[in-house]
Design a protein around this ligand. Structure first.
Ligand SMILES: Cc1ncc(COP(=O)(O)O)c(C=O)c1O
Length: 439
């Protein structure tokens, strides 16, 4: 005979299930710890603690529905305070931040976005990934966008400018903001390489319409991989948040209908995990002291330099706002650049060249084959098919002569926040020794 159904007052078939298992626990923590360098004695102690802890509760590494306060949300709050902006969205890279920003601004097929000739390729690639056309503008002796060339490259299709604060140095924001306002277009700041830098007292990323940061391993602040979108515009934040989270799954009212036209659309998944969020929180806490170190060391080296005639320092749009991660010298010609670079490296100076015609580098537009060759991912031909062929920009590896000239004569000195005064003196002495022998 069948038992009475629970619905009819019978006993429940399932009284109580076992605890929901933690998805991540002891072994994962041990793996994480293995990424750090411990002395063998400390490692033994840590392993013993891990084994002895009976009720080790694993973390919830997804930012939403987290029973504990989210580390990603904490990083967003801390970064908003550090930068002085209203809205911050954590994402998984600056590439994602740039696409989310372009999409939030409504950039799409048929639009043009101006990008600098000297930047990591992602600044331009994200325009194509948004189905729009990148228009490459030259840089000047600041190695950031030349406002005169930007003005020349504006067309009725221009929807935005992505300015890059390259190598920690602020771009010429007054002039670029004036151009953006005059033409009623957006100004996106790509702050991937300049977190903590500023321009005339304002933090980089907080000045334009939207700011995009990278927290990849090689950046000033890092969480292995990661990024942030920042803005003071609530609507743009809402749209970027939707784009970063596949069809706005996590809007305040998940299944609510559209509050305003343009709120609902299909997006991607750029969410940051709690692992990256936790690292980002600690990095943001250290940002001010990192910046202090970089800036102090750049000043120490720069002040000790004795530059001969024909050698100059890169012009910086606002020297006070320079993040200080490198120092760039312009040499009189390519031959002298090559010789001085070799000589400095032989002295132990952390010097590198920027442009060598024989070495490919994704930071220089002349090597962006995907764009110069108008490559498309699918048979629809986008982004190039979004504009009549006769109106597409003409790309040429020689189209930005200032960029190629400055970069081919540039020597970049790497600066670390942890250098001592003695390190800085030794570097400056090495540079002076070589420049003093320049013929
Ligand atoms: C100027 C610039 N923009 C964008 C990016 C892309 O950053 P991510 O690696 O976080 O996607 C980088 C990274 O190197 C960069 O240097």
């Amino acid at each position: 005979m069948m038992d009475k159904l629970a619905l009819d007052g019978g006993a429940k078939a399932v009284e109580k299930l076992g605890p929901y298992p933690a998805k991540i626990g002891r072994e994962e923590l041990a793996e994480l710890l293995s990424l750090w360098e411990f002395s063998p004695a400390s490692r033994k102690k840590l392993e013993a603690v891990l084994r002895s802890e009976k009720n080790l509760r694993g973390p919830h590494l997804f930012r939403y529905y987290n029973p504990k306060p989210s580390k990603v949300a904490e990083a967003e709050k801390a970064f908003a305070k550090y930068l002085g902006v209203k809205h911050v969205l954590a994402v998984n890279s600056c590439t994602s931040a740039l696409i989310a920003s372009l999409r939030a601004l409504g950039v799409g097929a048929g639009d043009e976005v101006i990008v600098p000739a000297y930047t990591f390729f992602a600044t331009a690639a994200t325009v194509c990934a948004s189905n729009a056309i990148p228009v490459i503008a030259d840089v000047d002796d600041t190695l950031t966008l030349d406002p005169r060339d930007v003005e020349r490259k504006i067309t009725p299709r221009t929807k935005a400018i992505t300015v890059v604060h390259m190598r920690g140095m602020p771009a010429q924001m007054d002039q670029l903001l004036a151009i953006a306002r005059k033409h009623k277009i957006a100004l996106i700041e790509d702050v991937a390489q300049a977190a903590g830098g500023s321009y005339k007292g304002k933090m980089l990323g907080s000045i334009g319409t939207m700011g995009c940061f990278s927290f990849d391993y090689y950046k000033i602040l890092n969480s292995g991989e990661g990024g942030f979108v920042v803005t003071n515009d609530q609507w743009l934040y809402t749209r970027a948040q939707s784009w970063h989270d596949t069809a706005a799954c996590w809007r305040p009212d998940r299944y609510g209908s559209e509050r305003r036209e343009g709120e609902l659309f299909c997006g991607e998944n750029y969410r940051m995990s709690e692992l990256q969020g936790a690292v980002a929180v600690a990095q943001i806490r250290k940002a001010s002291s990192y910046l202090k170190g970089y800036r102090q060391n750049k000043r120490r080296i720069a002040q000790a330099l004795e530059l001969p005639k024909g050698v100059s320092l890169q012009r910086v749009a606002d020297p006070k706002g320079d993040a200080g991660i490198c120092l760039i010298l312009f040499m009189p010609d390519i031959q002298k650049t090559k010789w001085a670079l070799q000589a400095m490296q032989a002295e132990g100076v952390p010097a590198g060249g920027i442009y060598d015609q024989k070495v490919k580098d994704w930071h220089i537009y002349a090597y962006w084959e995907h764009i110069l060759g108008r490559k498309a991912v699918a048979s629809d031909g986008l982004p190039w098919s979004g504009v009549p062929k006769s109106e597409l920009p003409k790309y040429d590896p020689k189209m930005c002569p200032q960029c190629l000239d400055y970069l081919s004569r540039a020597i970049m000195i790497d600066i670390q926040w942890a250098y001592s005064a003695r390190d800085c003196k030794a570097i400056a002495d090495g540079i002076n020794k070589v420049l003093g022998a320049l013929k």
